[in-house]
Design a protein around this ligand. Structure first.
Ligand code: SF4
Length: 586
């Protein structure tokens, strides 16, 4: 036995009680396929809309995240032949407390006193020894056992494959019945122990698994000493974007698979649910109960702001119900060594990304560039070895100072008379920012923080409890932790690109003694240059929200950035660019 493995003592599953939840037969199927997959789905409530191998049909083509909304042609089912002696029942739900199982049978056929469960699967019939894979055979066997529990006589089950229109007979012999009962017992034992099973080892199932991005099998194995390099994971891009509605007296309702926004001046706008990541409402905008219900069902949050942009609250569906994730997060957040280890990686990654941005965008003298790159490389190494949080904070601050001292070298050289004159950068400033470059940086960081706050909450973590940023009332510390490595390569990169390509011009800003703000019209090239999310209305508020949420300004003091009227309209394209970058990286 390898030195790092332990003997496992096999225990019987806890006795069935009336309180124990019945296990769906399809979950037993998942358990036989991979115990970890069943645990993630059944105990932790994880599910991926991106498809992959599932109980619906292993080997079937992967669905994409948009596929559920596309109109699809209904494939003709080959209906079982019905004779005078045959009774066919569809969508029959059966359960048994003795078995501890519940199942929804696609079809049950009764003929000559014998009942046969038929389970429909996508895809073609696999060419394997017993005509079907073990998990599917066990699932249909459990359906047969349930029928028997209800007094029917069952001899075999059938698996019907949509794509090849083939029926595979599964004889319910003693060996299969015993395997099905053992699988149920093992799943119940695994769940009762509250310990997630280890991932499969270098399995060909994993790249096709629907939950590979949640499970991270190779990465988990690597952390426990495996010498195999983690395989690449293909994560589909998330194309959904925020929907910002700021037209006063606009009304939002549901119409089919779309939200319908009605505005007296602009008429009607329809936006598909699958194109929406979250809905931001400003001021006097009303939304109907069916629309809210449809959004919550799809786990799309709705964020309410005052007319002037102050954050009022957020409404969302049931959210992630996996308390295990939050428990582990809180436990780790009280462990100083774990926090430091995590923070070291975050800061090292941030410095590495700052270095990458400098390397790629430098426009100054080569010798100067090399000196800055060397300093950042040294800072990154030191951050990786920091012994205390305070030391890490100091190293991060020094690296940021080095980076922003060189930041002007990334901007096109200003022409005093020309378009680029306002885009001088001398140092990072905030609360409020005093020049256009700092205003755009603060805005981009604020958007990133908001995006990560929503993302963190949507996977069941508490955004307010972090590992590096200290907890402070109202501060989403975990979102701020996680955004550190992304600041340079998403926020700074978008700002540099907007300036250097001329997407923003001097007329897009108002500079006053109290700070710098985007103008009402905003930068037209930004609006047209990126695929903006749907924005309804043109009576925009003062978007102080961004200042409230800016990581620089959490807690106290004036907003980091006061975007003047028109702000929200300009935020959306910038956020769209941020989101696209973010999606590509993650
Ligand atoms: S990725 Fe592999 S180990 Fe993880 S749940 Fe899926 S099949 Fe199991």
């Amino acid at each position: 036995m390898p030195a790092n493995e332990q003997f496992e003592l096999t225990l019987p599953a806890p006795p069935l009680s009336g309180e124990a939840p019945l296990i769906p037969a399809r979950m037993v199927n998942e358990f036989v396929y991979c115990p970890r997959l069943a645990y993630l789905m059944w105990t932790q409530g994880e599910w991926s809309e991106t498809g992959g191998d599932t109980v619906e049909g292993r080997g079937a083509p992967m669905r994409t995240s948009t596929s559920p909304a596309r109109p699809c042609r209904r494939r003709k089912r080959s209906k079982p032949r019905i004779t005078a002696d045959k009774i066919v029942s569809r969508s029959l739900t059966l359960s048994s407390t003795a078995l501890g199982v519940i199942a929804k049978l696609d079809v049950a056929e009764a003929e000559d006193g014998v009942v046969t469960p038929i389970d429909y699967k996508r895809g073609k019939r696999p060419h394997v020894a017993q005509g079907a894979y073990e998990p599917e055979r066990i699932q249909v066997c459990l359906q047969g056992l349930l029928l028997e529990e209800h007094g029917y006589h069952v001899e075999e089950g059938v698996i019907y494959h949509y794509e090849s229109h083939e029926r595979v007979q599964v004889v319910l012999d003693d060996a299969l019945r015993a395997a099905a009962r053992t699988a149920v017992s093992d799943l119940r034992l695994t769940v009762s122990q509250g310990r997630i099973p280890p991932p499969l080892k270098d399995s060909p199932k994993c790249p096709r698994c629907a939950l590979v991005a949640v499970c991270l099998p190779d990465e988990v194995r690597a952390l426990t000493g495996s010498s195999l390099a983690p395989r690449l994971i293909a994560v589909p891009a998330d194309e959904a974007l925020p929907l910002v509605v700021q037209s006063q007296h606009a009304r939002i309702g549901k119409e089919g698979e779309t939200l319908k926004i009605t505005d007296d001046e602009q008429g009607e706008t329809r936006v598909r649910f699958i194109d929406i990541s979250d809905v931001a409402l400003f001021g006097n905008v009303s939304i109907t109960t069916p629309a809210l219900s449809a959004l919550f069902e799809r786990e799309i949050p709705v964020i309410f702001h005052s007319h002037s942009g102050w954050f009022r609250g957020i409404a969302h569906g049931l959210g992630h119900r996996n308390v295990e994730v939050r428990t582990a997060q809180y436990r780790m957040s009280f462990d100083e060594a774990s926090c430091l280890r995590f923070a070291r990686d975050l800061v090292a990654a941030k410095i590495m990304n700052q270095r990458t941005i400098l390397r790629r965008n430098w426009r100054g003298e080569p010798e100067e560039r090399q000196a800055v790159l060397d300093r950042l490389r040294a800072a990154r190494r030191s951050a990786g070895n920091a012994a205390r949080s305070a030391e890490l904070l100091g190293l991060e601050g020094d690296a940021a100072a080095t980076y922003f001292r060189a930041f002007s070298g990334l901007l096109k050289q200003p022409d005093t008379e020309g378009e680029l004159a306002p885009f001088r950068f001398e140092s990072r400033n905030r609360r409020p920012p005093t020049d256009p470059v700092n205003a755009m940086l603060s805005l981009a960081y604020a958007m990133l923080a908001r995006h990560l706050t929503i993302a963190v909450a949507s996977v069941g973590l508490d955004p307010y409890r972090g590992f590096y940023h200290a907890p402070r009332y109202g501060r989403p510390a975990l979102a701020l932790d996680l955004m550190e490595p992304f600041r340079p390569i998403i926020a700074d990169s978008v700002v540099l690109s907007a300036i250097n390509t001329g997407e923003v011009g001097p007329n897009d800003f108002v500079v006053a003694t109290t700070g710098t703000a985007l103008t009402q019209a905003g930068p037209p090239p930004l609006r047209g240059g990126v695929r903006a999310p749907p924005v309804a209305g043109n009576d925009p508020p003062d978007l102080r929200l961004s200042g409230q949420h800016a990581p620089d300004a959490f807690g106290a003091g004036p907003p980091a950035l006061a975007v003047s009227a028109g702000g929200a309209a300009e935020l959306s394209p910038l956020l769209a660019a941020l989101r696209r970058e973010f999606g590509r990286i993650v």
